[in-house]
Design a protein around this ligand. Sequence first.
Ligand code: HEM
Length: 474
Amino acid sequence: KKPKNYPPGPKWLPIIGSAYVLLKKRKQYRNLYKATAVMAKEHGPVIGLKVGKDLIVIVYGKQAIREFLSSEDLGGRPTGPFYDMRTWGERRGVLLTDSEYWQEQRRFILRQLREFGFGRKNMSAMIEEETGIMVESFKKMLAGKSSFTHNMASAFSIHILNTLWMMMAGIRYSPEDKNLLSLQDILGRLFSAVDMVGCPFSHFPILKFIAPEVSGYKLYVETHLQVWDFLYKELTRHKETYDENNLRDFMDVYLKILNSPNRDESFCEKQLLAICMDMFMAGSETTSKSLGFCFLNLIRYPDVQKKAQQEIDQVVGRDRLPTLEDRPKMPYMECVVLEALRMFSGRAFTVPHRALRDTHLNGHFIPKDTMVIANLHGTLMGPDSGVEEPETFKPERYLKDGKITLAETYIPFGFGKHRCLGETLARANVFLFTSALLQHFNFSIPPGCPPTTECIDGVTPGPLPFQALVTLRD
Ligand code: HEM
């Protein structure tokens, strides 16, 4: 039965609840973010759903999103068979990262990542090396000609995986390496098996038993195990080569804590693997798809590209790659990054939260354990976002008198207790990859191949494959 004053939403049918409306609308609008934006028009900024056994609330619109992300009561993380590490943690007997544990781990991760990867110097050098590799591989693809066409929607994923894996385990693979390609493949399959608002088998647990293949359960378990094994092998290697006086990466710093006698109980080996898994899940597709949106728009808006290149030429020149030290002198490029992030997050959702106790949102009752998730389209592109022509790629919108000014509604990384941990790394990656490529190449629409602006529906929406004509700059 619907709880009293539960947020308005489509009618509930027995057993399936409102899943059928969500599915129908999703099919009609081809994207979950569009479907839920339309539902917000019908029902208001807080939409109450029931999918199978789960209560799910979707939040849309700038004010409701602010209230949601500021709420302590809504600061839990989902439990149960779900997209993140917990499911797989449960099977493996991990200490569940419920809210308190997570906040402790979160503080630790942020502190340590500042040293291995997020600290300005290390991070810049690490990403620059990778951008250099990407520029060289593009030059190879020219094969003596002045231009070639390339699918830019998926061009970045291997390189972004490398930057993440460098930070976690100190390993850089060559772009053709078997291990790296297999990791990319496994993660890709894992993403296709899950969904931001859960998977069929999490809402209808019986599907696990009666339809393991069709419900996606089998694929989900298999791919999780593969990533787990990949991480576990590396952890074993780290333990064998560990040297207390030479901490190489995030795994080593965590091992140091594990070796100390008075460590807190939330620290354990499985927790470390779970964090690595989370970082792959949260950091790989998000960053590479933001870069995909960036280049999709750079070919659609050649004037923006030209302006960015002028700034790069002026500040960096052509003799060395751009670094993070150049960033304060490149406000236009910085705005290109901000706009690319808006294009990505404006079609995405926050991570799912869970109501820790009975509470209220926007005047409606939210029972304990309801899953709550925000559609960021509401605050970054929606009608009340305050963003003019939200579908237009316009870096200038952030520049006021030569200074970058961000509106309160600009929250591509969320905010509050679950604010993105990887913001610094993600922004550095988008900045350095985009400026290094623009420094060396022009990108344009190949004759007769206009790109589509439709995007892939899924956990993280990305541009559909599109070709760019890549030409060496003179
Ligand atoms: C362009 C790239 C990225 C975007 C747009 C992005 C965006 C977000 C958003 C919107 C959230 C949810 C905030 C909330 O629910 O309140 C989030 C959470 C998170 N992100 Fe990112 N992210 C990006 C890259 C990364 C990277 C590179 C990493 C890791 C290295 C990362 C790690 C995380 C983690 C661990 C969380 C969960 C935090 C928590 O629950 O406490 N993200 N991100």
